[in-house]
Design a protein around this ligand. Structure first.
Ligand code: ZN
Length: 285
């Protein structure tokens, strides 16, 4: 049996796959302390039958490079109790004989959207998520990009919006992209969550400014033919169109790829399930 775990900053999803690769059954629960969270997932899996292959799509930073001594561990996260926690060792100990493949949640999501979703067949795609934090996964020339550890799009430095004096919430940098535009930043700056802010509110102009600068930086470096934006914050009404129009303004007609498509910034086709489908695809590798 093929299974997947999507370990997110605030919630975790564990699922088993049907014979056709779709989700047969899934369970969503809050991410708490490491052992507690993984024990809920492994107990649930054990009750479903014998798992042979498991894909794990984890929040970062996480060491996904097998050549590194810290492979399988969560790295410098501000999440209490998780720094240095060895995910893979824990899962291998509680699910003996199961083959485990680990990648980041955003790499899993971009992989799933390229194989099964809105970017099917494309060779150069970026997937950005804006939730508790900000992250991005990339497919470049048909392969998932890893680098020495993995990309850290959320910690990109972006120019401040001219009317924004918010100092940012990133514990490492203050006003990096994640510090200024994540769900956590929105709540801290405006005193409410993105779902409580009306579509016409100027808060979304500020949000679009930061995201559009982030997308332009990606275009300048990896040249994707499509950019997918998912995560809780992106579900606000008109969000993708707003970021796209800001991007086109900033880009100044320079990037031909923008002129070749009507819509460059799109929502994920797999919605909330992109991460878990990605975990299934990892398990099949
Ligand atoms: Zn940062």
């Amino acid at each position: 049996m093929l299974a997947g775990i999507e370990l997110g900053g605030t919630k975790t999803v564990v699922a088993v796959a049907d014979v056709d690769g779709s989700i047969a059954e899934q369970y969503r629960f809050p991410t708490t302390y490491p052992e507690e969270t993984l024990n809920v997932a492994t107990q649930w899996l054990k009750q479903r039958g014998r798992v042979t292959r498991l894909g794990v799509a984890a929040f970062g930073p996480v060491s996904v490079n097998k050549a590194r001594a810290d492979y399988g561990q969560i790295l410098t996260t501000p999440k209490v109790g998780w720094v240095g926690y060895d995910l893979v060792a824990h899962l291998e100990a509680s699910l003996t004989g199961v083959s485990i493949v680990l990648d980041t949640d955003v790499n899993a999501a971009v992989f799933a959207e390229v194989r099964l979703g809105v970017a099917r067949g494309l060779e150069n795609v970026a997937y950005i998520t804006i939730g508790t934090g900000v992250g991005a996964g990339f497919v470049v020339d048909g392969s998932v990009l890893h680098g020495a550890i993995h990309a850290e799009f959320g910690h990109l430095r972006v120019p401040k919006h001219p009317k924004d004096d918010f100092e940012g919430v990133c514990p490492f940098h203050g006003d990096c992209l994640e510090g200024l535009a994540s769900g956590t930043a929105i709540r801290s700056r405006w005193g409410k969550g993105g779902h409580e802010i009306a579509a016409a509110d100027k808060a979304w102009d500020v949000e679009a400014w930061y995201l559009a600068h982030g997308v332009q930086a990606i275009m300048a470096v990896t040249s994707p033919s499509l950019v997918i934006v998912g995560g809780g914050v992106s579900q606000a009404l008109g969000f993708h169109a707003k970021v796209e129009s800001m991007l086109r303004e900033l880009a100044g007609g320079y990037f031909p790829v923008l002129e070749e498509v009507k819509q460059y910034i799109v929502a994920p086709a797999l919605g909330q399930n992109a991460g878990i489908y990605g975990a299934f695809l990892l398990a099949q590798q």
